[in-house]
Design a binder for this molecule. Structure first.
Ligand code: PLP
Ligand code: ZN
Length: 503
């Protein structure tokens, strides 16, 4: 829609202007540091940092109604930088000028209601937000859009010429980091550290395709993370792991979009979020609290953090009696591999936000559940059978929904919104291994025959077959088509035309 077509009351605000006063708040010592350079940890005490806007109070000078209509109208504005997560510029990273915003098509992913058939099987109506429809096929693009936009801003304003962006990854962070870095041309190069054999072939192909330098390290993600931290301590690199607080800001857009999708009414909604390094759930809680503080939403939804029983430090923490103590766990192989993290970097952020959340809604507003490997993959395959391209972590959420329904954590009036954090295609190796029943030993998963599917080979006895060597002659070709069609029809049980009504 063209600018002059918007209501006059909105028009002046549609194109966001740079503003706010962003700074890094240290979770350890409480110091505030200026956001004029990239920091990951506090220079004074090495604590984790949050980015907050000192002028954020000014957002409340406008009513909830104002913000709601601004964001709703802005969806119709055809201005590239505001097409993705920066639709919520004022609440996200207001200091970044529009000219520096990197937009590759991320965000604004659909929230789709489960078809009746699936709802019946699960025993509840629910929704899935399809984060696999982001450009690198996971939600990580949200955070990278913010982090690389900020880096782009630094490159321009400080004349930086060769930034090396690095991250450790369970697969998707590196795919997103490499893709978004590549869009900035030669100014930003990327290097990614992956646990060898613990990312899928598709996830490995992504940073390679985007031109990143890819290192495969022995061990699991937590080991790679330690090496990356050492690199960022000792060398000049731009760290793109979720310690990077700019990524958290970008990922808050998930919360804003979910609110917008339900016309800013999140009462009776239950958000299911898979937890690995705890960056995503931190961002979602932080985004919800921001919208709540500035009256964009009036009710906070219930939150369910989901982990596999094989990588469950957050589950263990929240299901132990108070006073709780946090301990990392040693992970075991999990099909929810993107969340296979035993010592989540963002845990201190999460714990603080959950406290804030529970202060506002003291009754049952935050839960942590753990699910079984078997249920994770069964649920992924089931969802795939019913119209959804969910990943194993999406399967994790669906498994948790079943558990939550059984435990009465989700009531009849409530509607779950599951976060399918990536696209099913990234995890097709697990699907294949399941179909071949190869997941027994490492994952203790047994294939359920009704979920298994394999390609069928045609027998084609006494039949000429096309080959690379020689094309079939017309007669042979006709024979091939005839016999193939017959075999397929007989396998499918098709009735011949003219043999009665189609039933
Ligand atoms: C990174 C990732 C997660 C875990 O998110 P955290 O922010 O690390 O908790 C879950 N699912 C997918 C597909 C991911 O890539
Ligand atoms: Zn500090």
């Amino acid at each position: 829609m063209r600018l002059e077509q918007f209501p006059a009351s909105i028009r002046d605000y549609l194109i966001a202007k740079p503003g706010g006063d962003l700074g890094y708040d240290c979770l350890g010592c409480g110091a505030r540091h200026k956001a004029d350079r990239l920091l990951y940890t506090c220079p004074d005490c090495a604590g984790l940092l949050n980015l907050t806007d000192a002028l954020d109070g000014a957002l409340s000078n406008k009513s909830g109604d104002f913000w709601r209509s601004l964001f709703d109208y802005r969806q119709m504005l055809n201005l590239e930088p505001l097409k993705g997560v920066f639709l919520f510029h004022e609440f996200l990273a207001p200091s970044i000028p529009l000219q520096d915003i990197l937009y590759l098509g991320e965000g604004r992913t659909p929230v789709v209601e489960a078809p009746e058939a699936l709802a019946e099987e699960i025993g509840a109506h629910f929704y899935i937000k399809l984060e696999g429809l982001n450009p690198s096929a996971s939600f990580k693009d949200r955070g990278m859009a913010a982090a690389l936009s900020y880096l782009n801003f630094l490159v321009r304003t400080q004349n930086l010429t060769s930034v090396m962006a690095v991250c450790a990854s369970t697969g998707d962070t590196s795919a997103a980091a490499a893709l978004y870095s590549s869009a900035l041309g030669t100014a930003v190069k990327s290097a990614v550290l992956l646990p060898k054999g613990r990312v899928t072939a598709q996830q490995l192909s992504q940073p390679l395709g985007a031109g990143a330098t890819v290192f495969e390290l022995p061990g699991v993600f937590d080991d790679c993370m330690k090496v990356v931290e050492k690199l960022s301590d000792d060398y000049q690199v731009a760290l793109l792991n979720s310690k990077n607080p700019w990524r958290v800001l970008g990922q808050e857009s998930y919360a804003f979009e979910t609110a917008q999708r339900f016309d800013y009414d999140l009462s009776h909604k239950v958000l299911f979020v898979p937890v690995g390094n705890a960056g995503n759930i931190t961002a979602i809680l932080s985004g919800l609290l921001k919208f709540y503080r500035h009256k964009v939403i009036e009710k906070l939804p219930k939150i369910v953090a989901v982990q596999s029983e094989r990588a469950n430090p957050v589950f263990l923490y929240y299901n132990s009696p108070k006073p709780r103590t946090y301990s990392p766990v040693t992970v075991k192989p999990s099909v929810a591999q993107a969340a296979m993290i035993g010592d989540p970097v963002s845990f201190p952020r999460l714990a603080k936000l959950v406290d804030q959340y529970e202060k506002i809604c003291p009754h049952s507003s935050f839960f942590a559940l753990e699910v079984k490997e078997q249920d994770i993959i069964d649920c992924m395959l089931l969802a795939n059978r019913r119209g959804f391209t969910v990943c194993t972590q999406g399967g994790e959420c669906l498994a948790a929904l079943k558990l939550a329904l059984a435990q009465g954590l989700v009531g009849p009036k409530e509607r779950a919104v599951l976060n399918s954090t990536a696209h099913a295609l990234k995890f097709s190796n697990f699907q294949n291994a399941y179909f071949e029943d190869f997941l027994k030993e490492e994952y203790a998963i047994t294939a359920k025959p009704y979920l298994v599917n394999r390609p069928k080979a045609l027998e084609l006895k006494n039949c000429p077959k096309p080959s690379g060597q020689r094309p079939l002659n017309p007669q042979e070709s006709e024979q091939f088509v005839q016999i193939s069609a017959q075999e397929i029809a007989s396998t499918l049980g098709l009735k011949a035309k003219g043999s009665g009504r189609i039933s």
